[in-house]
Design a protein around this ligand. Structure first.
Ligand code: GAF
Length: 382
């Protein structure tokens, strides 16, 4: 599937620009547990997957740059010295943002052409945004020999998202997409931006995604609001981030914050603890404990952090009714996208079928099931 994508961008590039491009694949990610903890300097547990963005990129000598989004059949021409954010929601903001953030670091790039195409469904919560940003920064770093480290590149991608896309995201998505490792998930400390790889081999169980195929429109502003609420409580507690708080600390400011924000901060503190426990459970192949933590994570995301939606809650309830599913929860920013399920291998198809039928009956629309492989991070295709 990835090979097909790469061939497609290469062919389209040759047709349009008549020169041989550099080819890059940049993956999307899953996250086992640790949601909305990254921008609180906490822990997350993501992995890169075999779905992502393929990009073909080469220098341009026409005095301007061109970006082509093959999936959208959309082309944009631009000048590097007059960049500013396009209207909200435009795909070119990911490209412009990365270029602008590279320039902000006093690195000089010349004009370039890029063609890209992806196979991560939009709004799936699998971070097609980070995959795109990383493919652009990685390609430009190669093309213009900028000497950026992978750490530099993910920070550029993150800043692009903050300043051009308008989402004040943490570092999880860009990190997982850049540093992913085949068959491993990364237990990432978002304060130090260092991770420990855990081999994911659940023997007779596996991870499976079910996409609700919905993306509720308030997601970006609701995301930023939650980040601000967490930062405001950290300030009250006089700490750098909620990662540094205990539940007892939080009690000391309970009467100074709204009940809603208290619950959100409580969720973050508890989710952080769950993520650390999950690493131990994975190390010991204790899937019962891991599954229970995953279900608790969903409960917190839905009732405390309030980033779930009916469709996600429904799919998790379906999982809970099935004894072969050890854990299920919404994944990513929320308000739509996928659930991640820890399910017995020989029962996965049957569960997928039952849940899909029930979902159709309940919402009169289809969900989609993905069996994913854990894969390497952003890389050149030789
Ligand atoms: C989105 C963000 F981009 C991540 O940084 C992270 O906060 C995630 O939502 C929630 O865990 O994917």
């Amino acid at each position: 599937m990835t090979n097909t994508l790469i061939k497609e961008v290469k062919t389209a590039f040759l047709k349009e620009f008549k020169t041989a491009p550099l080819l890059i694949f940049s993956p999307g990610r899953i996250n086992i547990i640790g949601e909305h903890t990254d921008y609180n300097d906490g822990f997350v547990f993501p992995a890169a997957v075999n779905k992502g963005i393929a990009a073909a990129i080469e220098k341009s000598d026409t005095g301007q740059s061109t970006a082509i989004a093959l999936d959208l059949d959309s082309t944009i021409e631009f000048n590097l010295d007059t960049l500013k954010p396009s209207k909200e929601g435009s795909w070119e903001n990911y490209v412009f943002g990365v270029v602008a953030e590279i320039q902000n670091r006093n690195k000089t790039i010349g004009n370039f052409n890029i063609v890209f195409k992806g196979n991560i469904p939009g709004g799936a919560g699998m971070s097609s945004s980070a995959a795109l940003e990383n493919s652009v920064v990685f390609g430009l770093n190669e093309l213009f020999q900028l000497g950026l480290s992978k750490e530099d590149m993910i920070l550029i991608s993150q800043k692009a998202e903050h300043n051009y896309v308008g989402v004040k995201c943490g570092i999880m998505d860009q990190y997982a997409s850049m540093f992913g490792k085949k068959d491993y998930a990364l237990h990432l400390d978002c304060r130090t931006i260092k991770s420990k790889p855990y081999k994911i081999d659940f023997k007779d169980h596996q991870l499976m995604l079910i996409n609700t195929n919905v993306k509720h429109s308030l997601s970006d502003s609701a995301y930023n609001d939650r980040r601000s609420a967490c930062e405001a409580i950290s300030e009250l507690l006089n700490i750098k981030a909620l990662r540094d708080a205990t539940e007892a600390d939080l009690e000391t400011v309970k009467d100074k914050v709204s009940l809603e924000n208290y619950q959100k901060a409580l969720y973050v503190i508890q989710e952080n603890k769950r993520t650390i426990k999950a690493a131990k459970a994975i190390k010991n192949n204790d899937l019962e404990t891991l599954g229970a933590l995953i279900y608790q994570s969903h409960e917190g995301l839905s009732s405390q952090y309030k980033v779930s939606c009916d469709e996600l809650d429904f799919l998790v309830a379906q999982a809970k009714q099935n004894k072969h599913v050890l854990g299920a929860r919404m994944m990513g920013g929320g308000f739509g996208g996928c659930t991640i399920n820890l399910v017995a291998k020989n029962e996965a198809e049957a569960f997928a079928e039952t849940a899909s039928k029930a979902y159709k009956k309940q919402f009169d629309k289809d969900c989609s099931v993905y069996f994913i492989e854990l894969s390497d991070g952003t890389h050149l295709i030789k």
